[in-house]
Design a protein around this ligand. Sequence first.
Ligand code: NAD
Length: 340
Amino acid sequence: MKVKVAISGYGTIGKRVADAIKLQPDMELVGIAKTKPDYFAFLAYKSNIDVFAVDGSEKNFEDANFPYKGSLSELLSKADIVIDTSPGGMGKNNKTLYEKQGLKMIFQGGEDADIAEVSFVAQVNYNSALGKNVVRVVSCNTTGLARIIYPLHENFKIKEAKVILIRRAADPKETKKGPINCIKPDFRIPSHHAFDLKTIIPDIDIVSIAYVVPTTLMHVHTLMVKLSRNVTQDDIISILKENPRTLVVSKSMGFSDTAQLIEFARDLGRKRNDLYEVAVWEESIFVDGAWVYLIYAVHQEAIVVPENIDAVRSMFELKSQEESMKITDNSLGIGNIFFK
Ligand code: NAD
């Protein structure tokens, strides 16, 4: 039996998660819901996805003669779980509707952590979401941070961590967002990312400082951690290489910036040039006794996609953490990218 998945909201994240669901052997996409019959809705229709109208927006679809299949409520009645990928902050309004249908639900990082029973990153706390009804996949920045911090903490016990996050201003399609010509510091120190990370790894001592810069491709983080013992650069590289969702890249291979990473994903043939992996620059890994410094990049549009898939498997207790991540990774082409 396949888990029937509905997607509510079909933008940057929703369209990617929908495509990923279609690739899973144990899941079925029953449809997506949108407020507007825009080109996203048209493209969903063209790829044989059933399109539904968010309740109250049916007239938009009628007026456009769009062949939609009904309301979001009707979509929900066909599903076992809904993945809410509506704009940040809107999920909490949608939750009442989902609850009425008695559905399991997944929210995204734009919602407050208290919307869900568990905040989730597959590699860190897959087992905490087992059998749960409401799960929140954390934001792109927190997912990237967690994927790097967690193995270091597990293997070497982090005593303290500092991270500087250089955040992309907008996604490529978001032409109304900015800034387009400044560097915008977030004056709250720690920024909200430190608190968000603690929803996944509670015992971490971390301070985060964030800036927004005029780029749309990726975020870049500089992480500084003090471990409980001295390590070598090789120790760090080998730990990071153990996780297929972390890619150790190097300047010597031509990866000198975020544009090169996105070009790589494009040439790999990844749909929408999605880089699901966190990309750590090998040359940036600097070790000074117990202090480790490193720089990595996060493709904000893609990184949470595998996490949403694993969250479904955990909530329905379909597979173990290792099995689920392996199925997800195989379906998305994650792993074994470089020579050993
Ligand atoms: P988006 O604006 O690209 O897409 C939102 C979609 O929701 C649109 O299709 C819109 O038509 C639809 N929508 C609007 N109102 C709705 C409603 N009431 N009910 C259902 N759908 C509705 O947004 P996004 O960037 O995909 O972000 C979705 C969530 O994912 C947010 O919580 C965001 O914080 C989080 N997230 C975004 C990124 C990113 O880089 N874009 C990364 C990680 C997490």
